[in-house]
Design a protein around this ligand. Sequence first.
Ligand code: AMP
Ligand code: ZN
Length: 114
Amino acid sequence: MSGENCIFCKIIAGHIPSKRVFEDDKSIAFDDLNPQAPTHILLIPREHVDSLDKASNAEELGDLLLAAASIAREKGFAENGYRIVINTNSDGGQTVFHLHVHLLAGRPFVFPPG
Ligand code: AMP
Ligand code: ZN
């Protein structure tokens, strides 16, 4: 597990610009560069973990999900709802190998996605 050459580690370090919408001591959240919904936020742990498959810290994972719910609530999405996605490895569509939670909101979602 390494953050070397990881674009999200570079975003955390401020070496790549991002539009931050939230941060605390454990995680940061910023707007996705290629939004798939009116609101599309990525929430990532400050500590580099390659993917959900490599995650082992239940408290950190729980904190990440609770932070996502908190951001959604603060932005007024709780009532209508929102979608949380964690793409994992190749078939999961993961392209950036630093664990991240997608928070998608502002339009209805159907399942399965088109
Ligand atoms: P995934 O396909 O689940 O790995 O998601 C990676 C996400 O990162 C995609 O939705 C990209 O649009 C997004 N992304 C890639 N580079 C950046 C960047 N520099 N700033 C913000 N979002 C990015
Ligand atoms: Zn990283």
